[in-house]
Design a protein around this ligand. Structure first.
Ligand code: CCH
Length: 291
Protein backbone atom coordinates (compact mmCIF):
# COMPACT_ATOMS: atom_id res chain seq x y z
CA UNK A 1 0.00 0.00 0.00
CA UNK A 2 1.08 3.56 -0.61
CA UNK A 3 2.04 5.65 2.43
CA UNK A 4 -1.17 7.58 1.84
CA UNK A 5 -3.34 4.49 2.32
CA UNK A 6 -5.87 5.32 5.00
CA UNK A 7 -7.21 2.13 6.54
CA UNK A 8 -10.04 3.86 8.40
CA UNK A 9 -11.31 5.57 5.29
CA UNK A 10 -11.02 2.41 3.24
CA UNK A 11 -13.63 0.61 5.34
CA UNK A 12 -16.40 2.97 4.22
CA UNK A 13 -15.64 2.60 0.52
CA UNK A 14 -18.03 0.77 -1.78
CA UNK A 15 -17.06 -0.93 -5.03
CA UNK A 16 -20.07 0.25 -7.07
CA UNK A 17 -18.80 -1.44 -10.22
CA UNK A 18 -18.86 -4.74 -8.34
CA UNK A 19 -22.35 -3.96 -7.02
CA UNK A 20 -23.49 -3.46 -10.63
CA UNK A 21 -21.99 -6.83 -11.59
CA UNK A 22 -23.58 -8.56 -8.60
CA UNK A 23 -27.01 -7.17 -9.53
CA UNK A 24 -26.52 -8.13 -13.18
CA UNK A 25 -25.62 -11.66 -12.07
CA UNK A 26 -28.82 -12.25 -10.16
CA UNK A 27 -31.32 -10.98 -12.74
CA UNK A 28 -31.97 -14.22 -14.55
CA UNK A 29 -34.33 -16.79 -13.06
CA UNK A 30 -36.32 -19.01 -15.38
CA UNK A 31 -38.84 -19.77 -12.64
CA UNK A 32 -39.76 -16.11 -12.07
CA UNK A 33 -42.24 -14.28 -14.32
CA UNK A 34 -40.75 -13.91 -17.81
CA UNK A 35 -37.31 -15.08 -16.68
CA UNK A 36 -35.86 -11.92 -15.15
CA UNK A 37 -36.07 -9.92 -11.94
CA UNK A 38 -35.05 -6.85 -13.95
CA UNK A 39 -38.54 -5.38 -14.37
CA UNK A 40 -39.43 -5.54 -10.67
CA UNK A 41 -36.07 -3.94 -9.80
CA UNK A 42 -36.83 -1.07 -12.18
CA UNK A 43 -40.20 -0.65 -10.47
CA UNK A 44 -38.47 -0.59 -7.07
CA UNK A 45 -36.09 2.19 -8.15
CA UNK A 46 -39.02 4.16 -9.57
CA UNK A 47 -41.30 3.80 -6.54
CA UNK A 48 -38.47 4.67 -4.17
CA UNK A 49 -37.78 7.85 -6.18
CA UNK A 50 -41.24 8.86 -7.39
CA UNK A 51 -42.52 9.95 -3.97
CA UNK A 52 -40.64 13.25 -4.35
CA UNK A 53 -42.47 16.53 -3.85
CA UNK A 54 -40.70 19.47 -5.38
CA UNK A 55 -42.49 22.03 -3.16
CA UNK A 56 -41.82 20.48 0.24
CA UNK A 57 -38.61 18.76 -0.92
CA UNK A 58 -39.77 15.57 0.81
CA UNK A 59 -39.68 12.00 -0.49
CA UNK A 60 -37.43 10.59 -3.19
CA UNK A 61 -34.82 7.84 -3.05
CA UNK A 62 -32.58 9.47 -0.45
CA UNK A 63 -33.85 7.80 2.70
CA UNK A 64 -35.09 4.49 1.22
CA UNK A 65 -38.17 4.96 3.39
CA UNK A 66 -40.01 2.08 1.70
CA UNK A 67 -38.15 -0.21 4.13
CA UNK A 68 -40.51 1.00 6.84
CA UNK A 69 -44.21 0.73 7.48
CA UNK A 70 -46.51 2.32 6.54
CA UNK A 71 -44.76 3.01 3.20
CA UNK A 72 -43.89 -0.66 2.66
CA UNK A 73 -47.62 -1.41 2.91
CA UNK A 74 -48.87 1.33 0.57
CA UNK A 75 -50.96 -0.35 -2.12
CA UNK A 76 -48.77 1.06 -4.90
CA UNK A 77 -45.81 -0.84 -3.44
CA UNK A 78 -47.47 -4.27 -3.48
CA UNK A 79 -45.00 -6.90 -4.65
CA UNK A 80 -41.89 -4.80 -4.16
CA UNK A 81 -40.82 -6.87 -1.17
CA UNK A 82 -39.70 -9.40 -3.79
CA UNK A 83 -37.28 -6.80 -5.17
CA UNK A 84 -36.11 -5.55 -1.77
CA UNK A 85 -35.48 -9.07 -0.49
CA UNK A 86 -33.65 -10.03 -3.66
CA UNK A 87 -31.08 -7.29 -3.02
CA UNK A 88 -30.40 -8.23 0.62
CA UNK A 89 -27.47 -10.57 -0.17
CA UNK A 90 -25.86 -7.73 -2.14
CA UNK A 91 -26.37 -5.36 0.79
CA UNK A 92 -24.76 -8.01 3.04
CA UNK A 93 -21.79 -8.30 0.69
CA UNK A 94 -21.40 -4.50 0.38
CA UNK A 95 -22.57 -3.30 3.82
CA UNK A 96 -21.47 0.30 3.28
CA UNK A 97 -23.80 0.95 0.36
CA UNK A 98 -26.98 2.77 1.39
CA UNK A 99 -30.30 1.16 0.46
CA UNK A 100 -31.20 4.24 -1.60
CA UNK A 101 -27.99 3.88 -3.61
CA UNK A 102 -28.45 0.11 -3.93
CA UNK A 103 -32.06 0.31 -5.14
CA UNK A 104 -31.38 3.02 -7.73
CA UNK A 105 -28.19 1.36 -8.94
CA UNK A 106 -30.10 -1.93 -9.27
CA UNK A 107 -32.72 -0.17 -11.42
CA UNK A 108 -29.99 1.21 -13.67
CA UNK A 109 -28.33 -2.22 -13.90
CA UNK A 110 -31.64 -3.88 -14.80
CA UNK A 111 -32.39 -1.39 -17.59
CA UNK A 112 -28.90 -1.70 -19.05
CA UNK A 113 -28.73 -5.49 -18.80
CA UNK A 114 -32.12 -5.84 -20.51
CA UNK A 115 -30.90 -3.90 -23.54
CA UNK A 116 -31.59 -0.32 -22.48
CA UNK A 117 -29.37 2.74 -22.60
CA UNK A 118 -26.42 3.49 -20.32
CA UNK A 119 -27.76 5.63 -17.50
CA UNK A 120 -25.30 7.79 -15.57
CA UNK A 121 -25.55 7.10 -11.85
CA UNK A 122 -23.84 8.52 -8.80
CA UNK A 123 -23.84 7.56 -5.12
CA UNK A 124 -24.91 9.92 -2.35
CA UNK A 125 -28.12 8.67 -0.74
CA UNK A 126 -28.17 8.30 3.04
CA UNK A 127 -30.61 5.94 4.68
CA UNK A 128 -33.27 7.26 7.02
CA UNK A 129 -33.40 5.32 10.24
CA UNK A 130 -37.11 5.27 11.01
CA UNK A 131 -40.64 5.52 9.67
CA UNK A 132 -40.40 9.29 10.11
CA UNK A 133 -38.93 9.48 6.60
CA UNK A 134 -41.99 7.70 5.11
CA UNK A 135 -44.06 9.71 2.67
CA UNK A 136 -47.87 9.84 2.85
CA UNK A 137 -49.81 7.35 0.72
CA UNK A 138 -51.02 8.60 -2.66
CA UNK A 139 -47.84 10.10 -4.10
CA UNK A 140 -47.48 7.46 -6.83
CA UNK A 141 -49.81 7.30 -9.85
CA UNK A 142 -53.15 5.50 -9.70
CA UNK A 143 -53.56 3.45 -12.88
CA UNK A 144 -57.37 3.62 -12.74
CA UNK A 145 -57.34 7.41 -13.14
CA UNK A 146 -57.09 9.71 -16.17
CA UNK A 147 -54.29 11.73 -17.71
CA UNK A 148 -54.88 14.80 -15.53
CA UNK A 149 -54.10 12.74 -12.44
CA UNK A 150 -50.92 11.39 -14.05
CA UNK A 151 -49.89 14.96 -14.97
CA UNK A 152 -50.46 16.23 -11.45
CA UNK A 153 -48.49 13.38 -9.91
CA UNK A 154 -45.47 13.89 -12.20
CA UNK A 155 -45.61 17.71 -12.16
CA UNK A 156 -45.36 17.39 -8.35
CA UNK A 157 -42.03 15.58 -8.90
CA UNK A 158 -40.90 18.33 -11.30
CA UNK A 159 -41.34 16.55 -14.66
CA UNK A 160 -42.83 17.93 -17.90
CA UNK A 161 -45.07 16.17 -20.44
CA UNK A 162 -42.20 14.91 -22.58
CA UNK A 163 -40.40 13.43 -19.58
CA UNK A 164 -43.61 11.80 -18.32
CA UNK A 165 -44.17 9.97 -21.61
CA UNK A 166 -40.50 8.97 -21.88
CA UNK A 167 -40.55 7.49 -18.36
CA UNK A 168 -43.74 5.56 -19.01
CA UNK A 169 -41.89 3.78 -21.83
CA UNK A 170 -40.32 1.66 -19.07
CA UNK A 171 -43.48 -0.41 -19.40
CA UNK A 172 -41.77 -2.14 -22.33
CA UNK A 173 -40.51 -4.16 -19.37
CA UNK A 174 -42.44 -6.40 -17.07
CA UNK A 175 -46.04 -7.16 -16.43
CA UNK A 176 -49.02 -6.57 -14.18
CA UNK A 177 -49.77 -9.15 -11.51
CA UNK A 178 -53.34 -9.80 -10.31
CA UNK A 179 -52.07 -10.22 -6.73
CA UNK A 180 -50.08 -6.95 -6.79
CA UNK A 181 -51.95 -4.26 -8.74
CA UNK A 182 -55.02 -6.25 -9.73
CA UNK A 183 -54.25 -5.83 -13.44
CA UNK A 184 -52.87 -8.64 -15.56
CA UNK A 185 -50.41 -9.18 -18.37
CA UNK A 186 -47.46 -7.48 -20.08
CA UNK A 187 -47.44 -4.34 -22.24
CA UNK A 188 -45.15 -5.82 -24.85
CA UNK A 189 -44.46 -9.18 -26.37
CA UNK A 190 -40.87 -9.19 -25.14
CA UNK A 191 -41.19 -7.97 -21.56
CA UNK A 192 -37.54 -8.60 -20.73
CA UNK A 193 -36.22 -6.42 -23.56
CA UNK A 194 -35.90 -2.68 -23.05
CA UNK A 195 -36.86 -0.94 -26.29
CA UNK A 196 -39.41 1.52 -27.70
CA UNK A 197 -41.82 -1.39 -28.18
CA UNK A 198 -44.29 0.06 -25.63
CA UNK A 199 -44.89 3.06 -27.90
CA UNK A 200 -45.31 0.89 -30.97
CA UNK A 201 -47.77 -1.39 -29.21
CA UNK A 202 -49.91 1.44 -27.84
CA UNK A 203 -50.09 3.20 -31.23
CA UNK A 204 -50.54 0.20 -33.49
CA UNK A 205 -53.09 -1.99 -31.74
CA UNK A 206 -56.84 -1.65 -31.46
CA UNK A 207 -57.80 -1.53 -27.78
CA UNK A 208 -60.93 -2.93 -26.22
CA UNK A 209 -62.05 -2.90 -22.60
CA UNK A 210 -61.80 -6.09 -20.61
CA UNK A 211 -63.61 -6.56 -17.30
CA UNK A 212 -61.49 -8.12 -14.58
CA UNK A 213 -62.60 -10.65 -11.99
CA UNK A 214 -61.82 -8.17 -9.20
CA UNK A 215 -64.41 -5.71 -10.53
CA UNK A 216 -61.91 -3.45 -12.32
CA UNK A 217 -61.08 -3.25 -16.01
CA UNK A 218 -58.15 -2.74 -18.37
CA UNK A 219 -57.50 -2.40 -22.09
CA UNK A 220 -56.52 -5.41 -24.17
CA UNK A 221 -55.56 -5.82 -27.80
CA UNK A 222 -58.62 -6.74 -29.84
CA UNK A 223 -56.67 -9.25 -31.94
CA UNK A 224 -54.08 -10.51 -29.51
CA UNK A 225 -55.04 -10.49 -25.88
CA UNK A 226 -51.45 -11.11 -24.75
CA UNK A 227 -50.74 -7.39 -24.37
CA UNK A 228 -52.56 -4.88 -22.22
CA UNK A 229 -52.75 -1.21 -21.30
CA UNK A 230 -53.84 0.44 -18.08
CA UNK A 231 -56.84 2.81 -18.05
CA UNK A 232 -54.48 5.74 -17.30
CA UNK A 233 -52.27 4.94 -20.28
CA UNK A 234 -54.95 5.04 -22.96
CA UNK A 235 -56.16 8.34 -21.43
CA UNK A 236 -52.61 9.64 -21.76
CA UNK A 237 -52.35 8.38 -25.33
CA UNK A 238 -55.58 10.20 -26.22
CA UNK A 239 -54.29 13.48 -24.80
CA UNK A 240 -53.13 15.88 -27.52
CA UNK A 241 -50.04 17.11 -25.68
CA UNK A 242 -48.91 13.66 -24.58
CA UNK A 243 -49.71 12.09 -27.95
CA UNK A 244 -46.93 13.86 -29.83
CA UNK A 245 -44.34 12.17 -27.65
CA UNK A 246 -45.96 8.74 -27.98
CA UNK A 247 -45.73 9.18 -31.76
CA UNK A 248 -42.18 10.50 -31.61
CA UNK A 249 -40.90 7.57 -29.51
CA UNK A 250 -42.78 4.95 -31.57
CA UNK A 251 -40.85 6.17 -34.60
CA UNK A 252 -37.50 7.01 -33.06
CA UNK A 253 -35.90 4.58 -30.61
CA UNK A 254 -32.71 6.68 -30.37
CA UNK A 255 -34.69 9.71 -29.24
CA UNK A 256 -36.55 7.55 -26.73
CA UNK A 257 -33.28 6.16 -25.31
CA UNK A 258 -31.83 9.66 -25.04
CA UNK A 259 -34.87 11.17 -23.36
CA UNK A 260 -35.41 8.15 -21.13
CA UNK A 261 -31.79 8.27 -19.96
CA UNK A 262 -32.11 11.90 -18.89
CA UNK A 263 -35.51 11.45 -17.27
CA UNK A 264 -34.60 8.26 -15.39
CA UNK A 265 -31.33 9.75 -14.10
CA UNK A 266 -33.29 12.82 -12.96
CA UNK A 267 -35.94 10.61 -11.31
CA UNK A 268 -33.43 8.63 -9.28
CA UNK A 269 -31.70 11.82 -8.11
CA UNK A 270 -34.81 13.72 -6.94
CA UNK A 271 -34.25 15.07 -3.44
CA UNK A 272 -30.78 13.56 -3.05
CA UNK A 273 -28.44 15.99 -1.27
CA UNK A 274 -25.33 15.42 -3.41
CA UNK A 275 -22.19 17.14 -2.21
CA UNK A 276 -21.18 17.72 -5.80
CA UNK A 277 -17.91 15.80 -5.82
CA UNK A 278 -19.43 12.34 -6.33
CA UNK A 279 -18.00 10.29 -9.16
CA UNK A 280 -20.57 9.77 -11.94
CA UNK A 281 -20.57 6.13 -13.04
CA UNK A 282 -21.41 4.87 -16.50
CA UNK A 283 -21.45 1.14 -15.91
CA UNK A 284 -20.47 -1.31 -18.61
CA UNK A 285 -22.94 -4.07 -19.32
CA UNK A 286 -21.76 -7.62 -18.64
CA UNK A 287 -20.37 -9.48 -21.64
CA UNK A 288 -23.01 -11.67 -23.25
CA UNK A 289 -22.23 -15.33 -22.70
CA UNK A 290 -23.17 -17.51 -25.65
CA UNK A 291 -24.04 -21.03 -24.52
FE1 CCH B 1 -45.32 1.29 -13.83
N1 CCH B 1 -46.80 0.00 -13.29
N2 CCH B 1 -46.65 2.82 -13.79
N3 CCH B 1 -43.84 2.56 -14.30
N4 CCH B 1 -44.02 -0.26 -13.81
C1 CCH B 1 -46.67 -1.35 -13.10
C2 CCH B 1 -45.55 -2.11 -13.31
C3 CCH B 1 -44.32 -1.59 -13.72
C4 CCH B 1 -47.98 2.74 -13.55
C5 CCH B 1 -48.66 1.61 -13.09
C6 CCH B 1 -48.10 0.35 -13.01
C7 CCH B 1 -43.95 3.92 -14.43
C8 CCH B 1 -45.15 4.64 -14.48
C9 CCH B 1 -46.39 4.11 -14.19
C10 CCH B 1 -42.68 -0.18 -14.19
C11 CCH B 1 -41.96 0.98 -14.36
C12 CCH B 1 -42.50 2.25 -14.37
C13 CCH B 1 -47.92 -1.88 -12.67
C14 CCH B 1 -48.20 -3.34 -12.38
C15 CCH B 1 -48.81 -0.83 -12.63
C16 CCH B 1 -50.28 -0.90 -12.25
C17 CCH B 1 -47.67 -3.74 -11.01
C18 CCH B 1 -47.87 -5.22 -10.77
O1 CCH B 1 -49.02 -5.67 -10.81
O2 CCH B 1 -46.87 -5.92 -10.59
C19 CCH B 1 -48.63 4.01 -13.81
C20 CCH B 1 -50.10 4.32 -13.68
C21 CCH B 1 -47.64 4.86 -14.22
C22 CCH B 1 -47.86 6.27 -14.63
O3 CCH B 1 -47.26 6.80 -15.51
C23 CCH B 1 -42.65 4.50 -14.53
C24 CCH B 1 -42.37 6.00 -14.65
C25 CCH B 1 -41.74 3.46 -14.50
C26 CCH B 1 -40.24 3.48 -14.55
C27 CCH B 1 -39.53 4.44 -15.12
C28 CCH B 1 -42.16 -1.52 -14.40
C29 CCH B 1 -40.75 -1.88 -14.88
C30 CCH B 1 -43.20 -2.41 -14.10
C31 CCH B 1 -43.17 -3.93 -14.19
C32 CCH B 1 -42.90 -4.55 -12.85
C33 CCH B 1 -42.87 -6.06 -12.88
O4 CCH B 1 -42.84 -6.63 -11.79
O5 CCH B 1 -42.86 -6.69 -13.95
Amino acid sequence: HSPYFNGANKSTEVDYVQVYKDVADLLEDNDYDDGSYGPVLVRLAWHASGTYDVDTKTGGSNSASMRFEPEALHGANNGLKVARDLLEPIKAKHPNISYGDLWTLAGVAAIQELGGPTIPWRPGRTDGTSAESCTPDGRLPDATKKQDHIRNIFYRMGFNDQEIVALTGAHALGRCHPDRSGFEGPWSEQPTLFSNEYFKVISEREWIKKELKNGGWQWVDKNNTDVMMLPAEISMFNDKEFRKYFELYAKDQDQFFKDFTNAFAKLTELGVPFKGDEKVYKFETLPVVVT
